[in-house]
Ligand binder design. Structure first.
Ligand code: NAI
Length: 328
């Protein structure tokens, strides 16, 4: 019997938490043979709601769930943590400037980065879901100097999955026939979903589609603005799909990308593809056993280059803003 893996989830009482926790406990994060202990971090006023969720988790009698701890204390939440899913964040409120949003989130992700640095297990892997995810990831990683930067990631897997679904719809292919898709840049409306290297049933996706107008006026904006479309339709932001993408992200990170394929992850740039070193930006990566490598040597034509650069420019401005605030 395996020792349980300690999984910390922040923002556990929120919408994503309500979907995510049950699937983690069901074995969808690490696999059907890996027992888990959950640490749920919430702010004090939401502890009671988190307890409600924990009661329901108990009531599922999940065979793999070996304990639930609910806390508003950072040390308790991250002590011995092996996998941390940082979901809780400060949402943008009406009238809030981007600087205010970054500063409010800095107040969350800076101390969480420190707590991960000081208390997490040596093999800690971190996924930042809470928005602005890339820059929150940058803040957390920057405040955990003793943890390798490669342990921090930000979620663009939902964007990746959205792009796969849209491309499948357009080509009539099954989602399982689609590979080598990339989300570049920021998890925001500037992101660039790239189908020029993607394949549909082994054929180049862009050539197969052969429809630049669809790419520019339909595919890219549909993927990039999907979050807003969900809010418009549902009255609430994406939650079950975000939780599902978080599970995919971590499972792929540990279990690996398929031979010849890759996935998209927001990671600390090493300067590849001209993305300034240190920015948390989305790249095509292959993964294995909790490590990743950026796929090298992809050609970016002028169309793709311009879009990658625009998203990266936004990341640079977010970084400059949080640097001014002393958060990185
Ligand atoms: P929500 O508002 O329902 O839940 C957030 C929870 O975080 C709340 O329960 C709140 O009390 C908690 N929280 C706030 N500050 C905290 C702190 N310092 N420590 C611990 N918990 C804290 O929001 P929802 O829908 O669950 O979304 C969570 C985040 O995920 C949002 O920032 C959202 O924008 C982001 N998101 C990111 C996606 C991505 O693709 N990267 C996709 C969808 C959502």
């Amino acid at each position: 019997t395996r020792t349980p893996v300690n999984v910390t989830v922040t923002g556990a009482a929120g919408q994503i938490g309500y979907s995510l926790l049950f699937r983690i406990a069901a074995g969808h994060l690490l696999g059907p043979d890996v027992p888990v202990k959950l640490r749920l971090l919430e702010i004090t006023p939401a502890l009671k709601a988190a307890e409600g969720t924990a009661m329901e988790l108990d009531d599922c009698a999940f065979p793999l769930l070996r304990g639930i701890e609910i806390t508003d204390d950072l040390k308790t939440a991250f002590d011995g943590s092996n996998v941390a899913l940082l979901v809780g964040a400060m949402p943008r409120k009406a009238g809030m400037e981007r600087g205010d949003l970054l500063s409010a989130n800095g107040g969350i992700f800076k101390p969480q980065g420190r707590a991960i640095n000081d208390h997490a297990a040596d093999d800690i892997r971190v996924l930042v879901v809470g928005n602005p995810a890339n820059t929150n990831g940058l803040i957390a990683a920057s405040n955990a100097p003793d943890v390798p930067k490669t342990r921090f990631s930000a979620m663009t897997r939902l964007d990746h999955n959205r792009a796969v679904a849209q491309l499948a719809k357009k080509t009539g292919a099954a989602v399982t026939e689609i590979s080598n898709l990339t989300i570049w840049g920021n998890h925001s409306a500037t992101q660039y979903p790239d189908i020029f290297h993607a394949k549909v049933g082994g054929k180049n996706a862009a050539e197969l589609v052969n429809d630049q107008a669809w790419l520019e006026n339909d595919f890219i904006p549909t993927v990039a603005k999907r979050g807003a479309a969900i809010i418009e339709a549902r009255g609430l932001s994406s939650a079950a799909s975000a939780a599902s993408a978080a599970l995919d992200h971590v499972r792929t990170w540990f279990h690996g990308t398929a031979e010849g394929d890759w996935t998209s992850m927001g990671i600390v740039s090493d300067g590849s593809y001209g993305v300034p070193e240190g920015l948390v930006s989305s790249f095509p990566v292959t993964t294995k056993d909790g490590d990743y490598q950026i796929v090298q040597g992809l050609e970016l034509d002028a169309f793709s280059r311009e879009r990658v650069d625009a998203s990266v420019a936004e990341l640079v401005s977010e970084r400059d803003e949080v640097a001014k605030l002393g958060l990185v």
